[in-house]
Design a protein around this ligand. Sequence first.
Ligand SMILES: [Zn+2]
Length: 136
Amino acid sequence: MIETEDACVAGCYRCILSYFNQPDHELIDRRNDNVISLLCELTTANESEAETASAGDPWGEAVRQWGLPTPSGLSMAGIQLPLFWPAKGVLAVPGGASPELVNEAAALGILDVIDLPDRPAEHAPAELLIALGVSR
Ligand SMILES: [Zn+2]
């Protein structure tokens, strides 16, 4: 069947489908509500706002004390996530990430999602150090 421009709904070879993303063609859907809302939120994402939100946050404070790289904030699915290291592709979530959050992160290409306890302990979690490439 020849796909015309009018027929493009989920995606076609005129826009986002290509030979290179062929293994993902079944997953690609421009109509996906989660992706649409996530992209809409990204258009108004504000890094400095997220940084402000992390001020006074025990994890933000702990990360500074441990001498870890300074995280950037990320707003995703209406949730402020202050512990995101874009250069490393690492997202750490105090209290643990929900499966939905892990999926949305994966949709953004963030595959390293680390569950943290609700409150920081005395020492940085080993999993976080390894993900950030910090050796102790
Ligand atoms: Zn298309």
